[in-house]
Design a protein around this ligand. Structure first.
Ligand SMILES: *[C@@H]1O[C@H](CO)[C@@H](O)[C@H](O)[C@H]1NC(C)=O
Ligand SMILES: *[C@@H]1O[C@H](CO)[C@@H](O)[C@H](O)[C@H]1NC(C)=O
Ligand SMILES: *[C@@H]1O[C@H](CO)[C@@H](O)[C@H](O)[C@H]1NC(C)=O
Ligand SMILES: *[C@@H]1O[C@H](CO)[C@@H](O)[C@H](O)[C@H]1NC(C)=O
Ligand SMILES: *[C@@H]1O[C@H](CO)[C@@H](O)[C@H](O)[C@H]1NC(C)=O
Ligand SMILES: *[C@@H]1O[C@H](CO)[C@@H](O)[C@H](O)[C@H]1NC(C)=O
Ligand SMILES: *[C@@H]1O[C@H](CO)[C@@H](O)[C@H](O)[C@H]1NC(C)=O
Ligand SMILES: *[C@@H]1O[C@H](CO)[C@@H](O)[C@H](O)[C@H]1NC(C)=O
Ligand SMILES: [Zn+2]
Length: 794
């Protein structure tokens, strides 16, 4: 297990490759130790610098501190940062479907969650999403030029959830509010400026902008002004101090209520709204009105009156709200239809992170465009001009989900090579993102992941399942030893799988990845000395406690129980997304080898197929839909029996293994995983420590009290803090321990990239400015000027 410490000295020389050496030299004044972890990412400050350093014990009983370990690693690897390597290109033999342009065209992003730097790992389908904000900004600008050149109009639209999920939005240093830089220490404050470098036409807010008043106020003060009234929050208000009497508050919409605009090329009259689903967990000071109530407001009526008076050719309605499963879209559509029986309506949704599309009526298309800069939605409205002239009654909607990568972008622009994609502004955006990433140490390397670990593509128990890694490796090796005082007491460690947010792919594991995989910062707590007869039932108890969550994603309205409605209202979408993703993987799992497979991505086709017409889906698409539906039904039945029969007879934790058979592809992720005490207690009366993430304390105490029939009562004040570990530090520490390639990081990553290249995923070649482009500094200056002009124009 102590690969690192037992390495012979000769490796030191081997691993000091040239590219890393320069970085190492640059940082050598500030050697960075693992022990800094305790202070660095902690913003809640409940632990201070006096916390003793964690100590690890190897199998032979020898001990080492985190700082010793870090020093060893530095000697061995000789660097603290990873370079700015980008992702790989998708396979060059992929066939691309062309866009079907209309008179009015829309490019749509949603649920970016901080993924401005794109996907950089080599594992498929990541190369399909390897474009970054610089590529997207360039694509958007050139698409607009192309559209205008062809006499068409193009709108850029975003539907919210800009941060939470990536280092560039959440990994800011822990400045105090009063310090210089303090104003940057707000989720999304800095990355919103990166976002704003794309010239969106219409935008709306997401629920992630509203969990925290400071964040929402920052959006109000610093983000909304950039867009003037094009940032719409038709049903979201914020309490702000009165201008003439700051001791009093009034509420006002964060953005505007509605916007009408006339497109520059064809003069198409557009009326637009921006709606949030009925979100119940907004911070105090934020008011979210249910959309069904919003449409009964006087102002909404007035906006329709105005539309009637001035004319409207199409409604473009934005919403951080899924196109399947939320009845509010139909309510909004019906309200508009009561006054405008057949005016085309284009709906751009979001929130559940899926690719989805539905026709709500003959003249209404609703489209949802995924998440994490994995999808650029394209919608075309054909025959709109003919309809305006009264030549036809109906428009024809088309849509396409574009994988954001330079190859696909170049293809849709008709460029001969991806290296022609980037604009000067694009270059500046990349320069800016790299600068932020460096300043915040997001490039700091923790280790190199040797293989892929999937969060939900493979069932728990499989060697490539992230939850297997978590339960059998990370919890025992990182969490258990972090409380030295309880070293002699066996412990049961429990964690909620919802604390894990993304796959861990092979390749460099940096500080940025920590914000991607395990972004929440939850402490570990423990209840000392619990009899094994009580402790051993806790995992099962927690698993049973979870309400069933049957959610139909393919089509149709939701039948939700009260509990499910509550989860949905709180913004909880994992069940919906995971089910959708499973349905995407299902066809593939039953047809190939799940262990090694590299084909069909989680999101390359939709429940309704990829082409414009629903009944002309991609080959095999209908089968996949049928299969997915069957699986969803089976799942529903299983949950029903579970609910009726009380104690589950459904599969329990240890029994979920992969066998290559069809049904397994639809397995659900366990809600909790555990690392059992080693050795397992022999007697029921043996005492163990029950270690758990802080937010599951209430249900856990309840279960302990119900399972223990002695007269012991378990209360919150008996619970203590376990070590110095948080959920955010799990993988960084594990990486420092176990993901140290003997050949050195640079060599290991080179091998992985070569391997990917051999499979057809070429490295990026467009990074160096070509002869006909200005050097980066000039580009940066030009772009900076652009920003200034823009700001003055406001
Ligand atoms: C809200 O965000 C601010 C700025 O990052 C932070 O200081 C504060 O603790 C957060 N509030 C809550 C309740 O999380
Ligand atoms: C105004 O609203 C904010 C946010 O809810 C709150 O913190 C503040 O106390 C309010 N001020 C007054 C005077 O009500
Ligand atoms: C909205 O407008 C319709 C038609 O103009 C009218 O019948 C209705 O009473 C109005 N509702 C409100 C709340 O003003
Ligand atoms: C980044 O790491 C260096 C040491 O490598 C440290 O001196 C600096 O304070 C860190 N900066 C931030 C913002 O965490
Ligand atoms: C996981 O790997 C171990 C050894 O590395 C092997 O014994 C085991 O069979 C593997 N399990 C699965 C499910 O592949
Ligand atoms: C990547 O995109 C291509 C089309 O551009 C598609 O054929 C392929 O299936 C995608 N691969 C994955 C793994 O999503
Ligand atoms: C997946 O790998 C495991 C061991 O790594 C093997 O036992 C199993 O047969 C493989 N599954 C398939 C479908 O090949
Ligand atoms: C109940 O508590 C008393 C002391 O308060 C103790 O002597 C007794 O053994 C306990 N009973 C059980 C079943 O644990
Ligand atoms: Zn989201």
């Amino acid at each position: 297990m102590w690969k690192l410490l037992s390495l012979p000295l000769t490796f030191v020389q081997l691993s000091l490759s040239l590219d890393l050496l320069t970085v190492a030299t640059a940082c050598s004044d500030h050697p960075y130790h693992i022990s800094n972890f305790g202070q660095l990412p902690h913003r809640d400050g409940h632990r201070d610098a006096t916390t003793p350093q964690p100590v690890w014990y190897s199998d032979d009983g020898s001990r080492t501190t985190a700082a010793e370990l870090a020093r060893k690693r530095e000697q061995l690897e000789g660097f603290a940062r990873w370079n700015r390597e980008r992702g790989q290109m998708p396979r060059s033999d992929d066939e691309l479907r062309d866009l079907e342009w209309g008179d009015l065209n829309i490019l749509h992003t949603t649920d970016i969650h901080g993924w401005y730097q794109g996907h950089r790992k080599v594992t498929p389908p990541e190369p399909n999403y390897s474009g970054d904000w610089a590529d997207w900004a360039s694509f958007a600008a050139k698409m607009r030029q192309k559209a205008h050149g062809e006499g068409r109009d193009l709108l850029l639209v975003d539907t919210g959830d800009l941060h939470d999920g990536n280092g560039l939005s959440d990994g800011f240093p822990p400045y105090g509010a009063g310090e210089p830089g303090g104003k940057d220490a707000i989720d999304g404050h800095v990355s919103n400026k990166v976002f704003s470098m794309v010239d969106y036409d219409l935008l709306t807010i997401g629920n992630h902008e509203l969990y925290n008043y400071t964040v929402a106020k920052d959006v109000f003060d610093n983000f909304r002004p950039r867009w003037i009234d094009r940032y719409m929050t038709s049903n979201v208000k914020i309490a702000v101090p009165d201008a003439d009497d700051p001791s009093r508050n009034h509420t006002e919409p964060i953005g505007s209520l509605a916007v009408s605009l006339v497109t520059p090329v064809q003069g198409i009259k557009v009326v637009s709204y921006g709606i949030l689903f009925d979100f119940k967990l907004a911070a105090p000071g934020i008011i979210v009105q249910p959309p069904e109530e919003m449409i009964e407001e006087q102002w909404f009526n007035d906006s329709l009156d105005a539309a009637e008076r001035f004319g409207v050719d199409i409604f473009v309605i934005l919403g951080h709200m899924p196109v399947s499963g939320d009845p509010a879209w139909q309510a909004v559509r019906r309200k508009i239809r009561s006054r405008f029986p057949d005016t085309p309506i284009s709906i751009l949704g979001g929130h559940t992170h899926v690719r989805d599309c539905r026709m709500l009526d003959d003249n209404t298309m609703a489209m949802e465009s995924g998440r994490y800069l994995e999808t650029i939605g394209f919608m075309g409205v054909q025959n709109l001009r003919a309809r305006i002239r009264g030549l036809v009654e109906k428009v024809r909607f088309t849509r396409r989900y574009i994988d954001p990568n330079p190859r696909n972008f170049a293809h849709h622009l008709g460029l001969s090579t991806p290296s022609k994609l980037l604009t000067q502004k694009g270059r500046f955006i990349r320069f800016l993102m790299d600068a932020i990433s460096d300043a915040w140490n997001l490039t700091r390397l923790h280790g190199v992941v040797p293989q892929d670990y999937y969060l939900d593509r493979l069932p728990y128990g499989h060697n490539h399942s992230l939850l297997t890694l978590l339960a059998s490796e990370v919890l025992p090796k990182v969490v258990r030893p972090s409380e030295a005082s309880r070293r002699d007491r066996p412990s049961l460690v429990l964690i909620n799988s919802g604390s894990q947010r993304f796959d861990v792919f092979r390749g460099p594991f940096t500080r940025n990845d920590q914000y991607i995989v395990s972004p929440f910062k939850d402490d570990f707590l423990y209840m000392p000395d619990v009899p094994w007869r009580v402790a051993r039932r806790l995992l099962g108890g927690l698993t049973d406690k979870k309400p069933p969550s049957v959610v139909e994603v393919a089509q149709g309205e939701l039948e939700r129980s009260g509990e499910e409605r509550k989860r949905y209202g709180s913004g909880f979408i994992e069940d919906i997304f995971i089910r959708w993703q499973k349905s995407q993987w299902a066809g593939f799992l039953s047809s190939g080898d799940p262990n090694t497979s590299t084909s069909p991505g989680a999101s390359t086709s939709t429940s309704t197929g990829e082409s414009g017409d629903e009944d002309q889906g991609a080959p095999g698409g209908t089968d996949a839909v049928q299969k997915a539906k069957k699986m969803l039904e089976a799942e529903a039945v299983r949950y029903e029996t579970l609910e009726l029969g009380g104690r589950a007879q459904g599969p329990s934790l240890g029994y979920r293994t992969i066998d290559g058979c069809e049904g397994e592809g639809d397995d659900t992720i366990p809600d909790y995983v555990a690392s059992n005490p080693v050795p397992e207690p022999r007697s029921d009366e043996d005492l163990v420590d029950v270690v758990f993430v802080d937010f599951i304390m209430p249900p856990l105490l309840e279960l302990m009290n119900s399972f223990d029939d002695s007269n012991r009562t378990y209360t919150a004040d008996q619970v203590k803090v376990w070590g110095d570990i948080t959920t955010q530090l799990l993988y960084p520490r594990y990486a420092e321990l176990e993901w140290q390639p003997p050949q050195g990081a640079a060599a290991a990553v080179r091998e992985q990239r070569a391997d990917a290249a051999a499979k057809g995923y070429a490295p990026f070649t467009d990074d160096a400015p070509s002869a006909d482009q200005e050097p980066e500094a000039d580009a940066a200056a030009a772009a900076a000027q652009f920003v200034v002009q823009r700001a003055e124009g406001l």
